[in-house]
Every structure is written in C-alpha cells, then in structure tokens.
Design a protein around this ligand. Structure first.
Ligand code: C5P
Length: 407
C-alpha cells in the first residue's frame, strides 16, 4: 500500500511517542520507507536505538552534527521524502511551526521542507483547548498542513478530554489515503451534518446535542480520497473544512433546500441530527415569562425528512448510494431495520445514544461511537467502539468496494 513511499517522521516529545514504534513497523511492513528525526524531548520517552532498529535507518537528532550538516542535512532530509509526518506533535512543535521558528533539527527541517506536512497532535486536554493552541492549529490548517486527530478519551496524565494521539492504525490509514490514487475522484458527494435549530422565538430554538463531528470526519475522509464534497451543516463549533463546498444552514427546511440545490450527486450521506419537529408559529418577539397560556403553548409541526426525500427521488435523480444514520436509545437493530422500510435508503449506520449503564454519554458530542453497519438485505456488521475518524475510514472503504464491485 505504501510501496516506494518515503516518509520523514518527526517524533516530538510526549508520552505517546511509544506509539510511533508500532506505526514505523506498520509503514515498513506495507512497503514504505521511514527516516526519523527525534527532538531532544522525544529522547526522554523512546530511544534513538529502538527507532533506528525498527526503521532500519539512521536516526537524526542534532542540527549541529558536523557530519550531517556538511551535507546540508536538514535541507536534504526535507527534500528526499514524499511526505513529512509529525507524530506525536507536541504543543511546542505546533507553536514553532505556526510561528516559523527554526532552532533545532526538527523545526528547521519543517521550515525548509517543500513537501506536504501531516501532523498527529498529542497533548494534555487543557493545552489542546487553550486559545493560543487553537489559533496555531487554525493557522497551520490555513497553510495547508494536514491533521490526524487528536482523539478524545482517558489521557496518560490521568485527565480525560481531547488530546490523545490517534492510534497507529488510524495514522497508517491516513497515510494510505494520502498516497492512494484517489479512488473517489469525480464522485460528487453530499453530506449533511450537525443539528438543526428550529426557532421558537428570536432567541430560543428547538435543537439537539449533535456536534457534527461524525459528518465532518466523513466529509474530510471522502475529500482526501478525491471526492467532490458538498457539506451541508447545521450550527456547529467546527471550522469549515478546506477544499470542499460548505453550506451553513439553521433549520431542517433550509437543509433540505440546500440538498436539493446540491443535487445531482453520486452519493448522499445523511449524518445530520435533523429536528423531527418545528414550532408551527414561531413568535415574532421573545416570549415573556408572564405570557398567557395561548402565547406559551408550543404547537409543533413535522419537519421534512431529508434522508427519505433523497432516497425516494425518481431513479434518474436519486444518488446511486444513499446512506443514513440511526441514533437510538433502545432496540437499536429493530429500529434501524424499520428505517429501511420507511425511508428506503441503501445503508444505515446505527448507534446507541444517551447515557450508558455507567452514566457516560454515548455518541452525541463524543469522539467515539459503537456502530452497526446495516445494508438493505439486513446484513449487519458490528464495527465495535471506534473513533469518528475510524468510522469515517471504514465507511470510505465500503464506498470504494461498492464502486469496485459494480465495475
Ligand atoms: O428518523 P430518524 O431521525 O431516526 O432517522 C435518522 C436518519 O434520518 C439520519 O440519517 C438523519 O440524518 C435522517 N433524517 C433526515 N431528516 C429528518 C430526520 C432524520 O434526513 N427530518
């Protein structure tokens, strides 16, 4: 899968550094070539000897090495690869990259590089969430740096939150996607994501706790495989992804209109948690606490079902593949199967939402979910607990197989 591909792996300091040993093994097993640079901090977590043994290549650590620098080591390293991967990328190296600092071999090579750069951040959740880190991330995204993760969950420091290094397998899959021959080139894909907000009055709305993360992860994964993606998103806190059309909407009706405008398409993936109901007569002014019963009674009317509408378009207008999601709090499989009858989509990715028996939130707003992949003939695959990126990668594989089989 990575035959002949040369990856320059920059390992910065962090407890997650041990995970890249597995990544190096995976890349080499699949035909790739890895040359490593380690920062001084990285050497506190793993040794250059173990990295050299696994990569079967010299490990570079020092900008001031006389032998390496007589050959302009940092320039050569940055030019002789197909991709620079920084994993784990600490808050420090991200800040250096965002500000163009070059005071050690890793940062100097990154600044000198004329190759695509991919980074897999790993840090404490507080460090990740600090506005200064988020500003640095945004800056790098705008410069075209590609990101893998970070994931959410329990951290080595004992805290819980976002900042975990993506698993070696996820990073490896992202490398494969990057080097793939774009199997979804020229495929037009519409993706709905996030919640919808249905106004009750000018300040209040009916909505739900969908973060949009699953839809955005699918949009980015399919884009990286060459697809022309239109992402139609309800209100979220996520940045619009690069290199796709992103249309922001608020209500279900706006989302449906945007989908209709974006058609025709080869595939539609409806991940949005669309509000089933809207207020029949939203108030023109803020409803007061002192409102009369007739003023404060909410009369609901049903919203259009976007997945159903797209699935039931005439054959010539219908995308070849219409994929829905089912978020259920109980009877997951039975309820998901029922949706095939009512909506007539092709595949459903079903997962449980709400709190599990330990009181932990499942799926909505989280970074991991337990997905069952169900097809119209009721075949079910248990994908177990995966990060939203991993779910997106698995779905992408299914889509590629669908096209390979229908050739
Ligand atoms: O009917 P239910 O909301 O359980 O179905 C979930 C699936 O239907 C999701 O794929 C969701 O995006 C889609 N849906 C929709 N429009 C609605 C309600 C749900 O597209 N009004």
């Amino acid at each position: 899968m990575l035959e002949g591909k040369k990856i320059l792996l920059i390992i910065s300091g962090g407890i997650a550094a041990y995970k890249v040993l597995d990544l190096i093994r995976l890349v080499r097993k699949n035909g790739g070539d890895v040359t490593c640079i380690m920062t001084k901090a990285a050497e506190n977590f793993i040794t250059p000897l173990s990295v050299a043994s696994l990569s079967q290549s010299k490990v570079y650590t020092d900008l001031w090495s006389l032998t390496d620098e007589t050959e302009m080591g940092h320039i050569r390293l940055s030019r002789e690869c197909d991709l620079v991967l920084v994993a784990p990328a600490s808050a420090d190296i991200i800040a250096k990259m965002a500000h163009g600092l070059a005071n050690d071999l890793a940062s100097t090579t990154l600044l000198a590089s004329d190759k695509p750069i991919m980074i897999a951040p790993a840090m404490n959740p507080e460090m990740w969430e600090k506005p200064v880190t988020q500003d640095n991330i945004l800056k790098l995204k705008n410069y075209g740096t590609l990101f893998i993760g970070p994931e959410s969950g329990d951290m080595a420091c004992g805290e819980t939150g976002t900042g975990r290094l993506s698993e070696p397998e996820t990073i490896f899959q992202s490398l494969c996607t990057f080097f793939s021959d774009k199997p979804l080139a020229k495929k037009k894909i519409i993706i709905t994501a996030g919640p919808t907000y249905e106004p009750v009055d000018p300040v209040r709305f009916l909505g739900n706790r969908s973060s949009g993360k699953q839809g955005y992860a699918i949009a980015e994964t399919l884009r990286d495989l060459g697809a022309e993606v239109t992402l139609i998103s309800g209100p979220t806190h996520l940045h619009p992804p690069k290199n796709m059309i992103t249309i922001s909407v608020n209500t279900a009706e706006e989302m449906l209109e945007a989908c209709k405008k974006a058609l025709p398409a080869d595939i539609a993936v409806c991940t949005a948690a669309v509000s089933d109901w809207r207020a029949k007569n939203p108030a023109a002014q803020k409803i007061k606490k002192t409102a009369s019963k007739s003023q404060n009674t909410l009369i609901l009317e049903e919203n259009p079902d976007i997945l159903k509408t797209i699935s039931q378009l005439p054959r010539k207008k219908r995308p070849a593949l219409v994929i829905g999601f089912a978020a259920e709090t109980e009877n997951l499989h039975k309820n998901a199967i029922k949706k095939f009858e009512s909506k007539k989509c092709d595949w459903i990715l079903a997962n449980l939402v709400g709190k599990d028996i330990s009181g932990k939130e499942r799926a909505f707003g989280c970074d991991r979910s337990h997905i069952y992949f169900i097809t119209q003939d009721k075949d079910t695959e248990d994908w177990s607990l995966l990060s939203k990126k991993e779910t997106a990668q698995k779905l992408a594989k299914k889509i590629i197989n669908y096209y390979n089989e229908s050739k």
